[in-house]
Every structure is written in structure tokens, then in C-alpha cells.
Design a protein around this ligand. Structure first.
Ligand SMILES: Cc1cc2nc3c(=O)[nH]c(=O)nc-3n(C[C@H](O)[C@H](O)[C@H](O)COP(=O)(O)OP(=O)(O)OC[C@H]3O[C@@H](n4cnc5c(N)ncnc54)[C@H](O)[C@@H]3O)c2cc1C
Ligand code: SF4
Ligand code: SF4
Ligand code: SF4
Length: 402
């Protein structure tokens, strides 16, 4: 039976809870606001299935795949690309599955509770709720069971999520290769605490007033390279947009202080994966091709024959260019293969989280200092003068990130 001794040994994928036929495992939040499995011993019959499907106890070996291909991708439909985090690759793939009469699973934000849950849809319109990366861990709930039932009924299914969720599903399905299952994972930096996010948003809503109706972690208001954390209010005068360099929750995320312990030692960061597609950003698209604009591009790794077939069938809907030097293609995206380092003050941050009001916590840890304001002002100015992308590129190169 599952017993978590060290929190870094659980990514919260929920494969164990989903497989347990006795419903003996629940997933309560811990004091940091993350879900961990808890076994009810009175229900457990010690069958061992939960351990067999755990993707951390059964790490999937990385098998080099010489047939892997890499592409730059932009959705042709510009309005939907603008509503997508990067180039709209997810929508292109998911729409193909829906066209086959299939069902798509993705992460969706509930603005009543400020929780992110995996949901399923079977219409192209329904895909909108999955667009835009939510930088907070999604609850998988009973999605794996639904995926299995749909596959058994012969339906096409697309499941999108973080690499640990994809490997969790792969193990939950006992590695069975279903012909009609399409797996899409993202390159994943790490995933912040649902508990901290919920408290933060409830506090923000009280501070700002009105009622939040939409939260977008990365809206392309100014550009793809300079996105805003946006909150749309029922009273539009109270809408809230801040650059990610200034917004407190986003700053907490990028300071590596509030992500799940497993993310600091992630077992799923690799180039060769069990998914059909791995999709991620391409901020500096000009470093790869002169044929794409800078309004949002995906890099896509295709791992399987099914992936290649889908890509060839969605060609009319996407601008696509193959990139042959895959070492170069992935080199600047360190999050593909390497875990983030733990913020040195993480322990203190979460001690404070337990003892302080969330507003005071964020003011203490991420105050809006002169330095933060100045940084924000410089970015805005660079943007207004049309030199933001070039300046970003130069700073990145000076810091040796390219
Ligand atoms: C937590 C997280 C961290 C990421 N880190 C990086 C990174 O370090 N570098 C990089 O280049 N790209 C990263 N990405 C990927 C990038 O943000 C885009 O999601 C990706 O480029 C797909 O672009 P798109 O235009 O097709 O996305 P969209 O159309 O916006 O689709 C978003 C997709 O992400 C899924 N998703 C959104 N939020 C979550 C969530 N909380 N949990 C599980 N799945 C979710 C949705 O189900 C959907 O499939 C990350 C994504 C997430 C969710
Ligand atoms: S050992 Fe079997 S019954 Fe017990 S929690 Fe795990 S899956 Fe459930
Ligand atoms: S990693 Fe997934 S399967 Fe393993 S214990 Fe955690 S929630 Fe359960
Ligand atoms: S960094 Fe790894 S463990 Fe953390 S959410 Fe992403 S895939 Fe899962």
C-alpha cells in the first residue's frame, strides 16, 4: 500500500487513488496546500495495485528514439492563437481528436473556488477552458477512470497535462497501448501550491472587490514575449492586469519557493517520453526560423507514429516547419530535462504561510519595492519603443541562457 515517507516521492498524479478498487485512498491537502494520498486502513485489502501504478515508484526508463521529430508550430487561426499560451499546438491537436468524435481532457480553472481540475469536453468550443497555462497544480480527480472507460468504449481520447500526469495515466492504464489515445504533455517548470493560490485569489478578490470571472496567468495583452497576469471582474472597472515581473503570485512561482517538493527532483523531465507530443514555448523564434512572427510559437516534439499521422492531418490548420537539429532545438529549454533548484528560503516561506494572513505573507516575501517598479517600468518602456524582444534576447545571451 502507498505510504509517503518523503514528500518529494509523490507528484500528486492520483494514479493510486484511481486504481484502488476499494476506494481506500483519499487525497487531502497537506499544510503546504498540495494533495497527498492517505490510505484508510480499514478499507485497504493490501492488494498492492496502488504501488504498481505509481509513476515515481516505477520510474519509466528513458529510451532514446531515433524517429523523434521536432517542429515549430503556429495555429493559422490567429484569434485562437492569441488566446493560447504559445502557438496553439494544443488546440490544433485536440481539435483533430474532437473531429474524430473523441473526448479531450485538460486543466480548467473554476473561478468560484479558484481550484484547477481536469475536465473533459467533446466540442471544439469547449477547448477554450483548457487554453492558457495555469500555474497551479490541477486535480486529476476521476479523469483516469473516465479515460479508461471511454477507450474501452472505442472512443478517441486526448489527455493533456504535466509530464507526471501523463506518466501517471500511462501506468494507471498498465502501459497498454490504446490505438485511440493521444497523449500531450508540456515542458513543465514546476507546479505551485493549490492551497497558496486559492488563499491568494480569495484575498485578492476581497481587496479588489467585485467578483472575479476569469483568471489568465499569461495573457498576450501586449505581446507573447511580455504577458500579463490578468483577472477579469464582473465589474470591468476592476479588471486587473500586471506584468509577470510585478505580480506577486507569479513572482512567488518564479522564485522556486512554492512548487511541489517532487518538482525539485522531477523524474519526468526528459527528452524521450511516453506521450505522443511534447509541446512548449518558443520565445526566440527568430533563432530557429525567419518564417514565423513573434506572436506565439510552439516547439513540438513528436514521439510516435500516431503523433506524426495527426500532424500530417492537421497541416491545413497550422503553419509548420520541421527543425532537424534536435539538440539545438531543445538546448535552451532547461526545464525539459532539469529540475528547478529549491528556493533557499522555501521552508521559512511555508512556515510563514501557516502562521500569517496571505496578504501579509505576500507583502513580506514579494513586496512591490522601487526595484520591482523600476524593472517593470524598464520593460514597459522597452516594449513601447519596440525593442523589448531584442533587449530580452541580448539579456538572455549575456546571462548565458542561449
Ligand atoms: C505548469 C506548467 C509549466 C510549464 N513550464 C514551461 C516551461 O518551463 N517552459 C516552456 O517552454 N513551457 C512551459 N509550459 C508549457 C507552455 O506554457 C504551454 O502550455 C505550451 O507551450 C502549450 O502551448 P499552447 O499554445 O498549445 O497552449 P494552450 O492552448 O494554452 O494549452 C494549455 C495546455 O496546458 C494544459 N495545462 C494548463 N494548465 C495546466 C496545469 N496546471 N496542469 C496540467 N496541464 C495544464 C492544458 O490542459 C492544455 O493542454 C508549462 C505549462 C504548464 C501548464
Ligand atoms: S493496497 Fe490495494 S486496497 Fe490497499 S490502498 Fe492500495 S490499491 Fe487500495
Ligand atoms: S505519485 Fe501518484 S501514484 Fe504515486 S503516490 Fe503520489 S499520487 Fe499516488
Ligand atoms: S516538475 Fe515534474 S513533478 Fe513537478 S509538476 Fe512538473 S512534471 Fe510533475
Amino acid at each position: 500500500m502507498i505510504f509517503i515517507q518523503d514528500k518529494k516521492d509523490c507528484c500528486g498524479c492520483s494514479a493510486c487513488t484511481s486504481i484502488c478498487g476499494k476506494n481506500a485512498i483519499s487525497l487531502p491537502l497537506d499544510e503546504e496546500g498540495f494533495q497527498y494520498p492517505l490510505v484508510d486502513l480499514s478499507l485497504c485489502v493490501d492488494c498492492g495495485l496502488c504501488e504498481k501504478v505509481c509513476p515515481i515508484l516505477n520510474v519509466e526508463p528513458e529510451v532514446p528514439n531515433p524517429a523523434q521529430k521536432g517542429y515549430l508550430l503556429q495555429l493559422v487561426e490567429n484569434e485562437i492563437r492569441k488566446q493560447s499560451t504559445s502557438g496553439g499546438a494544443f488546440t490544433a491537436i485536440a481539435s483533430w481528436v474532437i473531429k474524430q468524435g473523441g473526448v479531450v481532457f485538460g486543466a480548467s480553472m473554476d473561478v468560484e473556488t479558484f481550484e484547477v481540475h481536469h475536465q473533459s469536453v467533446d466540442t471544439v468550443e469547449g477547448l477554450g477552458q483548457f487554453r492558457i497555462s495555469k500555474y497551479v497544480q490541477s486535480h486529476v480527480d476521476d479523469s483516469y477512470n473516465k479515460v479508461r472507460d471511454l477507450l474501452k468504449a472505442g472512443r478517441w481520447v486526448c489527455f493533456s497535462g504535466t509530464p507526471c500526469q501523463i506518466e501517471g495515466l500511462h501506468h494507471y492504464l498498465r502501459k497498454k497501448k490504446y490505438d485511440k489515445l493521444v497523449l500531450v504533455d508540456v515542458v513543465c517548470y514546476g507546479i505551485p501550491s493549490p492551497g497558496v493560490f486559492k488563499d491568494y485569489m480569495q484575498w485578492k478578490q476581497k481587496e479588489i472587490g467585485g467578483k472575479f470571472k476569469r483568471v489568465l496567468f499569461r495573457e498576450k495583452i501586449l505581446s507573447y514575449n511580455y504577458t500579463s497576469f490578468s483577472v477579469y471582474n464582473e465589474d470591468s472597472r476592476k479588471d486587473y492586469h500586471l506584468g509577470v515581473e510585478r505580480e506577486q503570485f507569479m513572482r512567488s512561482f518564479f522564485s522556486n519557493i512554492n512548487v511541489r517538493p517532487a518538482c525539485y527532483d522531477c523524474k519526468f523531465k526528459k527528452r524521450y517520453r511516453v506521450s505522443d507530443f511534447t509541446i512548449w514555448d518558443c520565445y526566440d523564434v527568430k533563432a530557429f526560423s525567419k518564417n514565423f512572427d513573434e506572436e506565439g510559437t510552439n516547439r513540438v516534439l513528436v514521439h510516435t507514429e500516431l503523433g506524426k499521422q495527426i500532424l500530417s492531418e492537421i497541416r491545413p490548420n497550422v503553419k509548420l516547419e520541421q527543425f532537424n537539429d534536435l539538440d539545438y532545438f531543445i538546448a535552451d529549454e532547461i526545464a525539459m530535462v532539469k529540475s528547478v533548484p529549491m528556493g533557499p528560503k522555501r521552508e521559512q516561506f511555508f512556515k510563514d504561510y501557516q502562521n500569517m494572513q496571505i496578504g501579509d505573507l505576500m507583502q513580506k516575501w514579494f513586496p512591490t519595492t522601487m526595484k520591482v517598479r523600476l524593472n517593470s517600468l524598464l520593460r514597459m518602456t522597452a516594449f513601447r519603443f519596440g525593442i523589448y524582444n531584442d533587449a530580452k534576447r541580448i539579456v538572455k545571451r549575456l546571462l548565458g541562457k542561449n
